[in-house]
Design a protein around this ligand. Sequence first.
Ligand code: PBG
Length: 313
Amino acid sequence: MRSLVRETHLQPSALIYPLFLCEGTGVRREITSMPGVFNLSIDEAIKEVEACAALGIGGLLLFGIPDTKDELGTGAYASDGIVQRGLRAIKAVRSAESLVVIADVCLCEYTSHGHCGMVQRDGDHFQVENDSSVALLAKTAASLAEAGADIVAPSDMMDGRVAAMRVALDETGKQNTPILSYASKFASAFYGPFRDAADSAPQFGDRRTYQMDGANLREAMREIEQDIAEGADMLLMKPAMPYLDVIREARNRFDLPMGAYQVSGEYSMLHAAFQRGWLEPERAMIESLLSIRRAGADFIVTYFAKDAAKVLG
Ligand code: PBG
């Protein structure tokens, strides 16, 4: 009877699993603060991809960890970049056709300074320059779509990137590639473990000049409106659990498909409690995911995707 009257449902097809691709072969390096999450060389990643497809998971979100970084984040838009090669390999796996392959678009994993855009330095002062960053981000989106991404997902939070990406995609013949915009992304302490995983912590300063102040819900709605006006096809809210009210408000106001990202720190803190025996892993995991769906997210990017899919069957 409970299942008959249940209001919110979780299914594997609504889950997206993030993968961190690195150079080499046979590499499977566990991230210390994220048990069960690995940096994977492409051959190892393929095994994960096959497992995800077999579990009925909805899709993948790809990040790259290049061997070399530079001021311009060249690796992000190189046609033989790590994610571009990963996309071609994943798209060649026949059993993975059911997976929607999303490429994260950002420069922070590829820049030597770890910022999401271009940095102008003036003595002790520095500035992340919006407009020159947008040009490179648009180039990155087009390059990822060309390599086979089904969806591109800008996470950089520069202004005007969605419009620029739409133009770049259309000019590359990728009119049918949708943009999933991290429209409302807060400057959050909960990204800490990700920055270990992707080796993308800023070398100086922080991301508060481009990511949002966690105190501001109305501003988040304005950011979303702007991205929709620029041509965003879907929205991604981030982080999830500390911002469930923001997800709910966005769901009430906007009709676009919307996902939420249960970020690295949300995963790590749950695992820390699991390790101490302080929380029941399966119940706490499912409850955390259900809360995000109940707040209004259609789909969830989560490091728990495989574990949850196993439980949900
Ligand atoms: C890149 C990016 C970040 C995350 C997703 N894309 C890191 C950041 O903004 O510092 C965080 C994901 C997570 O914490 O799981 N800009």
